[in-house]
Write a protein that binds this ligand. Structure first.
Ligand SMILES: C[S@@+](CC[C@H](N)C(=O)[O-])C[C@H]1O[C@@H](n2cnc3c(N)ncnc32)[C@H](O)[C@@H]1O
Length: 287
């Protein structure tokens, strides 16, 4: 039997972001799972042709056993490894998050998949887990920290991508200045020229001669002069959310619905442009 479209299995699938990319790339997403019922309902709306399960991992996944080629992808939760998440961490929560990453890597490498990939935040802890796995499976594990700005995403977004060496090699080779897209390129009719960062700093640099206990980066604080504004001719700073991370909500009749970015109260580039415009007009009024 000849398989024409690569089959993809998406674990920790959320509302289906990765699956959407896989489908756009010409793959068939056969299976997806997530522990969050609401996310799974949204996933089903986004990908009606995929078998989507609400499943708390680690668990047994019914991977194909008939020899057909398939790709397995996983985005285990990353909040526990992020600087924001660290504020709420306990030793147990970090260990649990690490266990899910280890479980996914072990599963991806032993489930019979012909290729695999994983997305994570690029932190010392996560790199250490992937490096341990690379030492165990040197010919089947590769990883790189990739800034998705170099792949055409109009924001700075660094992620640890691990996977089959040929895939990671290809991804790294695809990165380049010629792929970069600015905010201006992705918003056809912006109503301003700047976008505001939601953080209290504009730039970070590695700390030289770092002493024990000192942070890795030194941050330049937002000043009155720059107001934390970035020009639309460059990338947006990393888009983040605060508080509730769900980008889908229930409507009045109880139906779950993915909220489009422009409607969402998160710091999407569009929202930032609107906020910046307001800041500029307020400044004009004040003068
Ligand atoms: C980084 S998000 C996934 C993003 C998704 N891949 C996308 O492209 O939109 C991580 C997901 O893992 C799910 N999750 C967290 N713990 C889980 C567990 N123990 N079992 C299954 N899913 C879990 C969360 O509900 C969340 O949707």
């Amino acid at each position: 039997m000849k398989w024409t479209r690569l089959e993809v299995w998406d674990l920790f699938a959320g509302g289906g972001g990765f699956s959407t990319g896989a489908a756009l790339a010409g793959c068939t997403v056969a299976y997806a799972c997530d522990a969050w019922q609401e996310a799974v309902e949204i996933y089903r709306e986004n990908h009606p042709g995929t078998r989507a399960e609400c499943l708390e991992l680690p668990a047994r996944i019914p991977f194909p056993t008939d020899g057909r080629p398939f790709h397995v992808h996983g985005s285990p939760p990353c909040q526990r490894f992020t600087d924001m998440g660290r504020a709420h961490n306990t030793c147990t929560s970090v260990a649990k998050a690490g266990t899910l990453v280890e479980w996914f890597l072990e599963t991806a490498l032993t489930c019979g998949a012909t290729s695999w990939s994983m997305e994570q935040v690029s932190k010392r802890d996560t790199i250490a887990i992937v490096e341990r796995m690379r030492k165990r499976y040197p010919s089947r594990v590769a990883y790189a920290t990739i800034d998705f700005y170099e792949l055409g995403v109009p924001q700075r977004r660094k992620r640890l991508i691990a996977g089959s060496p040929e895939l990671i090699g290809r991804l790294v080779r695809m990165c380049g200045m010629e792929r970069r897209r600015s905010i201006r390129n992705s918003i056809p009719r912006p109503r301003g020229t700047m976008v505001r960062n939601n953080k209290g700093w504009t730039h970070q640099r590695l700390r030289h001669a770092r002493k024990p206990g000192e942070s890795k980066y030194v941050y330049s604080k937002v000043t009155d002069a720059d107001c934390g504004l970035f020009p639309l001719t460059g990338p947006a700073p990393t888009v983040t959310t605060c508080g509730d991370v769900r980008w889908w909500w229930r409507t009045a009749d109880g139906t779950p619905r993915m909220v489009h970015t422009h409607e969402h109260r998160s710091r999407s580039p569009e929202r930032r442009v609107r906020r910046s415009e307001r800041a500029v007009s307020l400044a004009k009024d004040a003068n």
